[in-house]
Design a protein around this ligand. Sequence first.
Ligand SMILES: *Cc1c(COP(=O)(O)O)cnc(C)c1O
Length: 210
Amino acid sequence: MREKIVEAAKAIGRDPHSVALVAVSKNHSIDAVRQALSAGQRIFGENRVQEAASKFPQLRAEFPDLVLHLIGPLQTNKVKDAVALFDVIETVDRPKLAEKLAEEMQRSGRHPQCYIQVNIGNESQKAGVAPENLSALLTLSRDDYGLPIVGLMCIPPAGQDPTPYFNEMAALAKAHHLPILSQGMSGDYPAAIAAGATHVRVGTAIFGER
Ligand SMILES: *Cc1c(COP(=O)(O)O)cnc(C)c1O
């Protein structure tokens, strides 16, 4: 997968080091994660707080440079556990969550980086802030609450060409001076990289079917 990412970056003239691989280990065992760690992978993504809490504390003790991203929806009653466990929270998508995250960071002294999840296809069933509400949420969470918001994240609509959505995300990140752009999964990471992704989140193509 790393070789493929390097190829995809080179193909469009990007520095391969500018694209980070988040290995999505949800529904896969600690042993599977361990194998990836042995191969040198250090950044992992999980979509559930509880599952991550059952797998990663022991691995972290062995691999202090492990970096853990939360890529799934976060309920406010799990904020405390999420702030304690994750290094990056990719799914800030509403004012109440931003408020609770800020309170918990203040209380605990831990400050995981945050990305705002954008519902770039305006899909009713999908998490994420609507594109037209991004500016307001960013102002509230970064400037009013002081959250360390450094990027944007999206999952484009299934069954469509993702490139226009990826391009729109890149334009939003640029317009808001956010350096990080998390987009692209097993099925569409080359298009995401072509559109400027700094982080691709790949599960199935590394670990197999869930
Ligand atoms: C599961 C998941 C991924 C990885 O998807 P694959 O198709 O298995 O690569 C990426 N992002 C999010 C938010 C996910 O939930």
